[in-house]
Design a protein around this ligand. Sequence first.
Ligand SMILES: [Zn+2]
Length: 557
Amino acid sequence: MVMGIDGGTLDLVVPWSQSGELPNLKRLIDEGVCGKLRSTVIPSSASAWTSFMTGKNPGKHGIFSFFRLIPGTYKIGITSGKQRDGKTLWSILSDAGKKVGIINVPMTYPAESVNGFHLAGYPSPSYRDPYFSYPRGLGGEIQKVFGSYPAIPNTRGRLLKGDVDGAIEELCSAFDLKEKIFYFLKGEYPSDFFCDVITETDQAQHFFWHLMDTRHPRYDPILAKRHGNVILSIYKKIDKFLGDILEGLGEEWTLILVSDHGACMNHMGNSLLQSWLINLGVLHVKKRPLHHFVRLSRKMLRMLQPVARDFLPHWVRDKVKKLTPNLALSTNEYMLGGTSFNEIAWDKTKAFWLWEQLWINLEKRQPKGIVARGQGYEEVRDSLRTQLLQARDYKTGQRVIREVFKKEEVLKGKYLDEAPDLQIFWEEGSVISGMTARREEELEDRVAFSREDDIRTGEHSPYGMVILWGRGVKKGHLLSNAEIVDLPPTILHMMDQPIPSDMDGRVLVDAFEADFMKRPIRYEKAPHDGSDGCEETYDQEEMKQIREQLKGLGYLG
Ligand SMILES: [Zn+2]
């Protein structure tokens, strides 16, 4: 039985279980094995859950983020499970005759025809889509019994409207609904392997971190008094859910809790790196008179905001507030990362940013690539790496980036060429108020400021968590060096199945009693999974639904 906790972190779970808030999690830690779990290089739920289900690093499975650069274009695609290269753990178990039940695992649309059932996780179209569930009519059946499904709370949308209570209410009811659906499916489809992922943790952490953490610049003691415990209350719900599951779990079961990445204060890196590249002079925006006007107006409105807050009457204040995000929108779809790709002057741009991904505008790969392959490419990457590591917070002078890796230093596999060129590890534990960049010809730093419409105050961090409990598992043991790719080999071995030789992970031998591990670990030649590569999978209507989901989650503006 695997319970996924999107964004679950020991940084919160350990102190809260020690202080008595999470008694069932405390029991699992005390009576089981617990450790940090290294996420994928880009700690995106899309790449990390895919590594969790395939045992492969993103260079092999080909999914790096929710967004992808459609090869040979400057178009942004939304990733789906269709782009995954690699057989999933549940598909392997299915083929071996095991009954499986998969609920809500992100990046699993289209649902696979497994020996059991499968409900796709986000991003996915509604239950009406035949590929939302397997058996194909299951989504509709659930909708009939429980009402609207899938339930993806529109947290960002509600918060932008100032509806904090509504946002919290929606998060909690989505959780409750999924809990009911879990029991319904568990009753209907007895399985040998269950996997259910809870995603409300991640959303709560993204949008309510500042009300829990007094060090956060947006911490507001009055709001914190009312809503400071949103994240804790979601963990408490999980704790209660786990308690109920434990009660009904037979002795032959092992329970595994796993998260795709951890969580920390939002450094704001994802939403300011594009402006930083503009300041550095490697990314250029088309010059249009209107563009300057919009930028200037936006700047003025930003300057006006604090004044408005203190002096202006309510109705003017609301007007100013409303105008600011509107002006930030371009005429075309734009990422929260900043400028729309339609506004970029590609013939002058050396590097660009696509939410978590730093790309070089490389000749013969990008349509208007200007950086030559070979030495030219290396020079641009080296120079960017140096500049990124030198970037400072303009107020505190602190470094904002801990490490930068070239893709081949941290990824391997046939999708390396489709991977973003540089991988960035941000410093954790602070918010960047402005990120400095120095152009060669200039003496003074330029500063890229974070965006007001990025209201995500919590962000992903590279270490998630893993807890194992039950049959064969050691008691009260601390696990070290575990990685997300280790889960499938570990689960296959536990279920007495051979491990495909192309998986990158290893069996977490240290988590189990010696007796349980007596059985030798078996490997087998990897089967061809028949993946047919990168096709578009959504039609327009589905794309609209998925865009709404990603907006609610705070990935699209
Ligand atoms: Zn997230």
